[in-house]
Write a protein that binds this ligand. Structure first.
Ligand SMILES: CC(C)(COP(=O)(O)OP(=O)(O)OC[C@H]1O[C@@H](n2cnc3c(N)ncnc32)[C@H](O)[C@@H]1OP(=O)(O)O)[C@@H](O)C(=O)NCCC(=O)NCCS
Length: 192
């Protein structure tokens, strides 16, 4: 099979359309996400707020061959004075799951941000049931650093059970916190 060619660029306001919000209305996609059933206007406001607050930056992941927007990857929430940030990935188009896209996107963005920003550490906190996510981050070079037992609650009709919260991290040994404090990779003009 031909290898999938992906590219990433800042998510723009025009990318946030009915297809985009349909990803967040799909219970399989959002099973382990906080963002569920978000509207177009809420999503646009969220995108803008990250830049204004200097708190998070969202990139769109595209299938370069078919020119289709297939997911997002978010740097943030950022803790500037600690030099750390979360990294959150969503492949919204389920046809693209299990093809190595998340691991490739995570690895590429991690390496780019390590070089450009001076960040010290990326962290991903993941439900232990979300094996696809754990595997994708590990394949991208993240390592397990902590495991909080029985953190998440899952309910079925007649059962309640728990899963763990796993922290995976990637460390940048060439960090520069002063540089990271000034880092602004996406501006409001970039998302127009
Ligand atoms: C989790 C998610 C990002 C993974 O994306 P993906 O592009 O399918 O991941 P990859 O194809 O890069 O997978 C990496 C590895 O995990 C494996 N994998 C993927 N899904 C899996 C699953 N459900 N169970 C077990 N392994 C899985 C892949 O086979 C691959 O391993 P391999 O290279 O040895 O074959 C995607 O399923 C998704 O967006 N889910 C909904 C949102 C979400 O939960 N995001 C994570 C929040 S922390």
């Amino acid at each position: 099979m031909k290898k999938l060619d992906i590219y990433m660029r800042p998510l723009t306001l025009k990318d946030i359309n009915s297809k985009y919000v349909s990803w967040f209305a799909d219970s399989e996609v959002t099973e382990y996400l906080e963002a569920k059933n978000i509207s177009i206007s809420e999503s646009k406001e969220y995108l803008i707020n990250g830049i204004i607050q200097r708190s998070y930056y969202i990139y769109a992941i595209w299938d370069n061959t078919k020119n289709i927007h297939i997911g997002n990857i978010k740097v943030g929430p950022i803790r500037r004075s600690d030099g750390v940030s979360d990294l959150v990935t969503v492949i919204g188009d389920k046809k693209y799951w299990g093809k190595g896209i998340a691991s490739k996107a995570i690895k590429n963005l991690k390496e780019k941000v390590f070089l450009d920003s001076g960040i010290r550490k990326f962290v991903a906190s993941i439900d232990s049931f979300n094996l696809g996510s754990i595997n994708a981050y590990m394949k991208a070079g993240f390592k397990k650093e902590a495991n909080i037992k029985d953190f998440f609650v899952h309910k079925t009709k007649d059962e309640i059970f728990f899963s763990n919260k796993i922290y995976l991290a990637a460390n940048n040994f060439k960090f520069d916190i002063k540089k990271f404090n000034k880092w602004e990779p996406i501006s409001l003009e970039d998302i127009e």
